[in-house]
Design a protein around this ligand. Structure first.
Ligand SMILES: [Zn+2]
Length: 153
């Protein structure tokens, strides 16, 4: 694991938006849970949605500065995927589903093969695989098309 920081664009990273969530969605979720007397901290949102809280699901952690520019390293908790540790068994199900699918597929195909996993988390995991260079994705008129780049998938 590298310890010296690099510029954000030089390391694999992702974002809340890329995982299919927004600041407004978090605010709405937290208010609903708070009003219902349920756990409603920011941390609870990340946990429930299978997102890494240590890096706020960016896959990167800031470690210092180079003059005015912040420096980052890959998050050691999620290895840059932005997915939480608690998402491991779902990760296994999703990987198994991908191996059974043809070289290009859509999120709905994965959903059909593993109905236990929420579509939000499937998206998180697919983006994690893309971050690691194992998948590519493309937006088409039929929705996002995912393609395998790695022969282990
Ligand atoms: Zn992380």
């Amino acid at each position: 694991m590298e310890t010296r920081g690099r510029r954000f664009d030089e390391i694999p990273h992702t974002s809340l938006h890329e995982h299919g969530f927004s600041i407004n969605a978090i605010k709405t979720w937290r208010k609903q849970k708070f009003d219902a007397g349920r756990p409603s901290r920011l941390e609870d949102f990340y946990r429930v949605h299978g997102l890494c809280f240590d890096c706020r699901c960016t896959g990167a952690r800031m470690v210092g500065w180079d003059e005015e520019v912040p420096l980052w390293i890959t998050c050691s908790t999620c290895q840059g995927t932005g997915a939480a540790e608690s998402a491991k068994w779902q990760t296994w199900l999703v990987l198994d589903a991908i191996r059974r699918l043809p070289d290009s597929f859509g999120i709905a195909d994965v959903e059909q093969l593993c109905p236990e996993v929420t579509v939000g988390l499937i998206r998180v995991l697919l983006i994690g695989l893309k971050t690691k260079g194992q998948l590519t994705s493309e937006v088409t008129e039929f929705g996002d098309v995912w393609r395998k780049r790695d022969s282990s998938l």
